[in-house]
Design a protein around this ligand. Structure first.
Ligand code: ATP
Ligand code: MG
Length: 742
């Protein structure tokens, strides 16, 4: 709901002595109000100064119109009124509102006679109601307007007479104050009549006195701006006595309290406001005094205030949360505690209103509430995701205990949720390696992820509750909150099929390669014979061609051998047979083997081995393959006359080797593919045609299956270094079926 409107000063019409109707036109939006409501009008820049500030409340006197608002303004010669009445057409103002409720609409009122009693410009709120009246509001009863003037002047005389002629209204005008003798009340059944009284304080008091003397009850009277004087009521003088003694501890305490404290008389007119009231509402004390709490309140809805007044009138206090509005329009929240001030004789003298600004708390609470909703939603989304996931997901705490298992995990493992929850995962769900041995707990991916705080990726054969097994591709990821490990999420899927396909592929390659080897050897054999002149001397041209065929056949043999090695490694059937190996001897032998290759491009190989290196348990066949692959690469992918360095040294509990060249390098964008099967660098494929893209893949498989690591560093056209480590304890023996290059 919009509360603030930009308006323009349209015109002012004089309707009586010092009394004007001011018409404002709306700039934007629509202004909806009910007859009887009021607004606050702000003049952004006062032409004349006014201690009470640049805002005033006015009853709306016009009939509901979305684009226009009329007010009745009495020229009291205050700075504010002077400024307002001197505005020119088109000047900008701000309206806040509408506030207050239209009192005429209540049922009990509608079934009664209604008498509006107004003095002079105080006719404004009634005007709006009367202008909307159709005569049907009172269901056969009557509508009266008793209009009082001090100088005999009647505003809107014609308008009222017009209403009278339509039988909507009975108008009686008076000069001076209420005097019962002159009134028309004699003819009205007072028991069924409501009175709306609006005028200055004296006028209201006199009117009430006269009506009361005729037996009209207080409950049948509704007041506008002023209430009748009441001797019990607090007066500004009472307050003055209290605040004048600046050393009075009671006064100091109230004045300096952090809570907003205001004291009002029984009619809600503010007689005292402390510093906090000023700070919280944004109104100066001068603006607050003489006003009512409607200044910052009034936005809680009709029933709320009705209930509030009901309690206060009966001498009870009110405590509750409220939303108010600061002078700058900002809403704020309070815990308000309004208590009647009751004297010794037991009569209510006024009210004390203590408000604590809890906007911040409300804001945080709301923030928290929204956050909780978001968390809850995320939780539900995550749950839904987990439930529907095709992968098994298990959450494990720091002690390896299962905290959560999704339905897929439950059905894949064959254990019920209860059998898993709260139990140590690695003990309940056992895992085997390919050779059928149970994998010790500390070697399981989950345990490793827990101990290292790093993600692990493994393939284990999980054993179901019924003893059956399946190959599970498992990823265990640490859950890290605030830099500390909270547990592990293990995600696994059944990879039996993939494993089978992989195995079939490897087997196929192995078979095919075997089959190819025999004919290739035969071709080699016969080519050798042809080249050796066994079938007669070849012409130089024939000899040249035969040599080319021979070379191609050699490359084919090489490829088939490499493929066989790959399939042997991948099938896991390879024999690892470590023997204590002297590194110097091993590498010298390799250098010997590379002698011819080194000469082809006049390259130099420098080998540096740490002195006193003990013998290391290595399978010479496998380790040799690694060095050969790295060294042949260094030679192949470097230009003529370059140096290659091979270094071997102990580092911690490992043996670190590196092969460094000054060759063509590896393009940076391909660095992730280097160890994959069949990779060949874009920068070298045309330069160096012989190569299968299998050497590094094999080297990596050998190193990693020996618990080592391999990596490299390269810059194009500057050179490349490949590093690898092996545990100083050497390779582990493994009974296999086949040897490399066999
Ligand atoms: P082969 O299977 O006969 O060894 P290959 O040498 O092409 O063939 P890998 O040893 O696996 O295969 O090497 C893969 C690719 O990596 C090479 O083709 C080359 O592009 C690049 N490469 C490897 N080592 C080096 C190096 N030292 N300098 C530059 N590029 C290299
Ligand atoms: Mg190679």
């Amino acid at each position: 709901m919009q509360y603030f409107f930009d308006v323009e000063f349209l015109e002012k019409k004089q309707i009586g002595k010092d009394i004007y109707e001011v018409i404002l036109s709306l700039q934007k939006g629509e202004f909806h109000f009910k007859p009887g409501q009021y607004i606050w009008l702000t003049i952004p820049k006062l032409t004349f100064t006014d201690a009470k500030g640049n805002r005033r409340a006015f009853s709306i006197s016009s009939v509901p119109d979305k684009n226009r608002i009329s007010l009745i303004v009495k020229d009291t010669k205050s700075g504010y009124k002077n400024s307002l009445l001197n505005l020119n057409k088109g000047e900008k103002l701000q309206v806040a509102g509408p506030f207050g409720s239209s009192f005429i609409l209540e049922d009990k009122v509608l079934k009664s006679n209604i008498v509006f009693i107004a003095k002079q410009e105080c006719i404004a709120p009634f005007l709006s109601i009367l202008r909307c009246a159709t005569g049907k509001e009172t269901e056969g009863k009557q509508l009266f307007l008793l209009f009082f003037t001090t100088d005999g002047e009647i505003f809107y005389k014609e308008e009222f007479e017009n209403l009278e002629s339509q039988n909507i209204l009975k108008l009686t005008t008076f000069s001076g104050n209420f005097s019962y003798q002159n009134s028309v009340l004699e003819k009205i059944n007072l028991a069924e009549t409501f009175f709306f009284i609006n005028g200055d304080q004296l006028f209201v008091s006199e009117t009430v006195k006269a009506l009361t003397s005729k037996g009209v009850k207080k409950e049948a009277m509704v007041f506008g701006e002023n209430y009748p004087v009441d001797e019990n009521n607090l007066s500004p003088l009472d307050i003055e006595k209290f605040v004048s003694d600046k050393n009075n501890l009671g006064f100091l305490a109230i004045e300096q309290s952090n809570h907003h404290i205001t004291i009002t008389d029984v009619n809600g007119i503010i007689l005292f406001a402390n510093d906090a009231a000023q700070n919280i509402t944004g109104y100066t004390k001068t603006e607050l005094l003489g006003n009512t709490p409607r200044l910052w309140g009034g936005i809680m809805g009709k029933d709320f205030y009705k209930n509030l007044w009901e309690r206060l009138k009966n001498g009870k206090s009110f405590i509750g949360q409220m939303t108010n509005r600061r002078k700058n329009g900002q809403p704020y929240h309070t815990i308000s505690n309004i208590a009647p001030i009751i004297n010794k004789e037991g009569s209510v003298k006024g009210f004390i209103d203590t408000e604590e600004d809890i906007t911040q708390q409300v804001f945080f609470e709301e923030h928290l509430r929204l956050k909780n909703i978001t968390i809850e939603q995320e939780h539900q989304r995550a749950n839904a995701l987990l439930e529907s996931l095709g992968e098994g997901v298990i959450a494990i705490d720091l002690n390896g205990i299962v905290q959560n298992a999704n339905p897929t995990a439950v059905s894949m493992l064959g254990f019920t949720e209860d059998e898993l929850l709260g139990k140590p995962f690695a003990d309940i769900v056992k895992a085997e390696n390919d050779s059928g041995h149970i994998i010790p707990k500390e070697e399981r991916g989950v345990t490793k992820a827990l101990t290292t705080g790093k993600k692990t990726q493994t393939i284990h054969n999980y054993i179901r509750k019924d003893g059956s097994k399946f190959a599970a591709g498992i990823i265990s990821s640490p859950i890290i909150v605030d830099n500390s490990l909270q547990g592990i999420i293990t995600v696994f899927r059944d990879v039996t099929k993939e494993e089978e396909i992989d195995r079939a592929k490897t087997e196929f390659i192995s078979l095919a390669s075997h089959q190819l080897r025999t004919p290739l050897s035969a071709v080699k054999w016969f080519l050798g014979m042809l080249l050796g002149g066994d079938a007669g001397k070849l012409t130089p041209e024939q000899n040249e061609m035969m040599r080319n065929v021979y070379k191609s056949n050699e490359r084919m043999i090489d490829l088939v051998n490499s493929l066989l090695n790959v399939s042997r490694i991948e099938s896991g059937r390879i024999i690892v047979d470590p023997v204590p190996t002297d590194m110097k001897e091993l590498l010298d032998g390799i250098k010997q083997d590379l002698f011819v290759k080194l000469g082809e491009k006049n390259q130099k190989l420098t080998i540096s081995i740490e002195e006193n290196l003990p013998k290391i348990n290595l399978d010479p066949l496998l380790i040799r393959q690694v060095y050969i692959n790295l060294l042949t690469n260094a030679l192949k992918y470097s230009p003529e006359n370059t140096e290659i360095i091979l270094s071997v040294a102990k580092q911690g509990d490992g043996l670190l080797s590196f092969v460094k060249d000054k060759g063509y390098g590896i393009p940076i964008k391909e660095k992730d593919k280097v160890f994959t099967k069949l990779y060949r660098g874009e920068n070298v494929v045309t330069k160096v045609t012989d190569g299968n893209g299998l050497g590094l893949y094999l080297a990596k498989q050998i190193i990693e299956s020996s618990k080592g690591k391999i990596w490299f560093d390269s810059e194009e056209n500057k050179g490349t270094t490949f590093w690898f480590t092996l545990p100083i304890s050497g390779m582990q023996k493994k009974e296999g079926e086949v040897k490399l290059n066999s």
